[in-house]
Design a protein around this ligand. Structure first.
Ligand code: FAD
Length: 313
């Protein structure tokens, strides 16, 4: 079967691998110039900083088995355990996405603009061309999915419209000299209001330079969303200094995620349109018995897997 996948984040990549394994002809369409989505790593000078997912944890058997294989390949490693392991990708989280997507047919730099049902096929209209598929999987955050589906969104489960997403700001700071952030390179407790996590990418093992990623919490990110990037970065720096003191900063930049995390989750690992072979997946779709109830790396992974299994029937 010819299957298209919109979005080459973790859920899209995992679905593509599974569908290809099951003998289907799959294509991923990704608007960015590289795969990974929210598994994001930025190169700054000679160093690297993660600015999306910080680490991931493993609860279910499906991911557990794959993680063992990824560790054997040297793609992931345990950063620290407190008490359960926090896994990180060697060389930054985006590298894991790149390893997993190796050999997959991905159309990069191609933005999907509309999805339509035409002549018994699903047509995907992009900024470059129109592609036709027998089945389609859409893995973009739900507000974007609704927009892309246009008329077809009337065929979606309308309760999905009630789910909302929170933004997140991440400040990236390069220090002149080595600094220490906690014993492991992370502080996520007893921080000034607004700060969620402060991460030292060097201590984390992904950077040779002194790059610190500062994750702001949901409420702070929301309240600062309309302000200018300059003003926002300045305030993050002020808050960071309550951790790093007067250590000298060489450069700084800001990452703004509009749809960082869903505030509410959907208690099924994927959804499908009632009348058309269009499936929806992504981290917001959780298995009904998911013990954590949170969107995360593992929920994206499971959603991609379950959607692929359902599309194979
Ligand atoms: C700041 C931040 C911190 C996080 N920290 C953690 C953490 O510590 N632990 C954890 O487990 N999880 C964390 N997460 C969540 C984790 O990163 C996500 O759950 C997971 O990566 C989502 O994968 P996905 O495939 O569902 O979505 P995405 O990664 O968002 O993939 C969707 C893809 O669709 C593409 N796309 C969008 N629109 C279009 C279009 N029109 N045409 C073509 N392509 C399009 C996007 O570019 C993207 O590549 C964090 C997320 C953020 C943002």
């Amino acid at each position: 079967m010819k299957i298209g996948i919109v979005g080459a984040g973790l859920s899209g990549i995992i679905a593509a691998r599974e569908l290809i394994e099951r003998g289907h002809a799959v294509e991923l369409i990704e608007k960015s110039r590289s795969v990974g989505g929210r598994l994001a790593t930025r190169r700054i000078g000679e160093g690297k900083a993660d600015h999306g997912a910080v680490y991931f944890t493993v609860r279910g058997e499906d991911l557990k088995q794959d993680v063992q294989a990824w560790m054997a390949n040297g793609w992931v490693t345990v950063w620290y355990a407190d008490p359960y392991p926090r896994y990180v990708a060697t060389g930054g989280m985006n590298h894991l996405a790149k390893h997993l997507a190796e050999g997959l047919p991905v159309h990069l730099n191609e933005q999907v603009e509309a999805i339509k049902a035409e002549n018994g096929m699903i047509s995907v209209h992009t900024n470059k061309t129109i592609r036709h598929y027998e089945k389609l999987l859409v893995t973009t955050p739900l507000p974007q999915t609704f927009e892309l589906l246009g008329q077809l969104s009337q065929d979606m489960n309308q309760s999905l419209r009630t789910l909302s997403y929170a933004p997140t700001f991440v400040g990236l700071f390069e220090f002149m000299d080595p600094i220490k952030v906690g014993t492991e390179g992370i502080i996520d407790q007893h921080l000034e209001r607004g700060l969620l996590k402060v991460i030292n990418n060097r201590q984390k093992g992904i950077s040779t330079t002194n790059l610190v990623s500062v994750y702001m919490d949901e409420a702070w990110s929301e309240s600062w969303y309309a302000r200018s990037s300059e003003e926002t970065l300045q305030e993050i720096e002020r808050l960071l200094k309550t951790v790093t003191g007067e250590a000298k900063i060489a450069s700084k930049q800001l990452k703004r995620w509009r749809y960082a995390q869903a505030r509410e989750v959907w208690r099924a690992p994927y959804d499908r349109l009632k009348q058309h072979p269009v499936f929806l997946a992504g981290d917001v779709f959780l298995e009904p018995d998911d013990p954590s109830g949170r969107t995360r790396f593992e929920s994206a992974y499971i959603s991609g897997l379950r959607a692929a299994e359902a599309m194979d029937t």
